[in-house]
Design a protein around this ligand. Structure first.
Ligand code: NAD
Length: 502
């Protein structure tokens, strides 16, 4: 990436070469918090997808096929080291691109480093099994790379989510065409550049930028792509899954969520309040795993609602580059408008707006400094007295908005937790271990935290039930997504053996 007059320039990366899109088109992205131009980005075309897939195929069958697992591990570890060395710069870039506080972007990049190291370690442990089928036949299995991977990622955690796909794919011996979200291509391009610097051969990791409905769809449908891995909205995932199915390509989908955060009367309510704040307001609520529905036992409703609302209202909104900022901007004004529409819906459905909403359009309102675009910020919002069947409790908002809903007993809490089309994550706050375990087994979601508000940890499988998708990332399970099993049968008998004989 180059910097001219404060405006960055981002290009595609194909076969190890930075380049403009084939037709030379560019588009401009803004720093959403400031509302100022951030970068001019090359816009890829179908021809660029063709070139990237060809480069990935060439590397898959060429340099990368000749690279031992030990070398792959070493290169991935080197990549982790380079990311670490550049983490401050990458975090600033991510923060300026997404609007999230820089310290959060840094924490995500630090987690991405551990993810890359985790998968570097697995490259040398892609074991098969052996089985003596009968006295004459030995079978063994090989875990072979699935091939060229199309990896499509969203805008909320651009760098970290890219590594969740790229690191296990490369560890398994696959090659990748990575397509970042159009709004947030900057750190994906940096990941590609650092991979080259780490010695990963040209063509192993390619980055193509372009609109999802054109470049994304073309990539998913490309006959040269063997596997599709996608993170994004549920409706987009459904479309991606259908396109991949036409080519009989394996696909993994990490999709949306509407995750419950359940507080029982026996919980440590102060701990639950503190944990629940970050479970929704981290990254201004633009997290797939955001615990956006707080379900409260009748007995604790008032106490929790009062304490939570007071603390939500006191969160510091401001310049994402300041260390003290807790809530940055949303990804765009458009996203802020979308979120505020949901606040209106919640109120029209009978919910009570306890705190939050728009910045009232004024810099300085709620402490927002000059130079920031108030229209891209939404204050941490709490809506009380919400029915679990209302739209605001059922639809993913993807912003700093949480609903409070009462329940009367454990059975009702389980019913409400599961009465939603998503199933990504859940948290249960209770001092009763047996209750925690019962809830964990009854809730239909990929992750359940007991007295713990977050799901994403390196090594812990991350993924969804129901409309939150399928496939598990950030863990050893990911290797299943990027390998296929070959069975080899070796006979020591001179005569053919009848497999159906005794
Ligand atoms: P999105 O679905 O609009 O876009 C995601 C990516 O898909 C982008 O790169 C986009 O360009 C591309 N895309 C869009 N249409 C496409 C198409 N027809 N074919 C192929 N690619 C296409 O999602 P978003 O708005 O960028 O991200 C927010 C969504 O992502 C939320 O729903 C959130 O819950 C989800 N998400 C899920 C997880 C998870 O792990 N489950 C993690 C982060 C975000």
């Amino acid at each position: 990436m180059t910097q001219t007059a404060e405006i960055l320039r981002a290009q595609l990366l194909i076969g190890g070469e930075p380049r403009d899109g084939g037709d030379g088109a560019t588009y401009r992205i803004d720093n959403p918090a400031a509302g100022t131009p951030l970068a001019d980005v090359s816009r890829g075309s179908r021809a660029d997808v063709d070139a990237a897939v060809a480069a990935a195929r060439g590397a898959l069958e060429g340099a990368w096929a000749k690279t031992s697992p030990q070398k792959r591990a070493r290169m991935l570890n080197r990549l982790a080291q380079l990311v670490d060395e550049q983490s401050d710069r990458l975090a600033e870039l991510e923060s300026r691109n997404v609007g999230k506080p820089k310290w959060q972007a840094l924490a995500e990049i630090k987690q991405a480093i551990v993810d890359i190291e985790l998968f570097a370690g697995t490259a040398q442990h892609l074991y098969g099994r052996s089985f003596q089928v009968n006295p004459a036949i030995l079978s063994y299995t090989l875990r072979e790379p699935v091939g060229v991977v199309a990896a499509i990622v969203p805008w909320n955690y651009p760098f970290m989510l890219a590594t969740w796909k790229v690191a296990p794919a490369l560890a398994a011996g696959c090659t990748v065409v990575l397509k970042p979200a159009s709004a947030t291509p900057l750190t994906a391009v940096e990941l590609g550049r650092l991979a080259l610097e780490a010695g990963i051969p040209a063509g192993v990791l390619n980055v193509v930028i372009g609109p999802g409905d054109e470049v994304g769809e073309y990539l998913v449908s490309h006959p040269g792509v063997d596997k599709v891995t996608f993170t994004g909205e549920t409706d987009t995932g459904r479309r991606v899954g259908a396109l991949a199915a036409q080519g009989l390509k394996p696909v993994s989908l990490e999709l949306g969520g509407k995750s419950p955060n359940i507080v029982f009367a026996d919980a440590d309510v102060d701990a639950a309040i503190n944990g629940s704040l970050w479970a929704i307001y981290y990254s201004a609520g633009q997290s797939c795993e955001a615990r956006s529905r707080i379900l409260l036992a009748d007995e604790v409703y008032d106490r929790f609602a009062e304490g939570f609302t007071r603390k939500a209202a006191a969160l510091r909104i401001g310049d994402p580059l300041e260390d003290t900022t807790q809530i940055g901007s949303l990804i765009s004004r458009k996203q802020a408008e979308h979120v505020l529409r949901y606040v209106d819906i919640g109120v029209s459905e009978g919910g009570e707006l306890l705190t939050g909403g728009a910045m009232n359009g004024q810099n300085g309102d709620g402490g927002l400094p000059e130079g920031l675009d108030a229209a891209a910020f939404v204050r941490p919002t709490v809506i009380g007295g919400v029915s679990n069947t209302s739209r605001i409790a059922q639809e993913e908002i993807f912003g700093p908005v949480v609903t409070l809903t009462r329940f009367s007993d454990e059975a009702e809490a389980i019913r409400m937790a599961n009465d939603v089309r998503y199933g990504l994550a859940a948290t249960v706050w209770t001092s009763d271990t047996a209750r925690g375990l019962r809830m964990a087994s009854q809730i239909k979601s990929g992750t359940v935290g007991v007295n713990h508000p977050f799901a994403a940890f390196p090594g812990v499988p991350f993924g969804g039930y129901k409309d939150s998708g399928y496939g598990r990332e950030q863990s050893l399970e990911s290797l299943d997504l990027y390998t296929q099993t070959k069975a080899v049968l070796v006979s020591s008998s001179a005569k053919p053996i009848n497999p159906f004989g005794a």
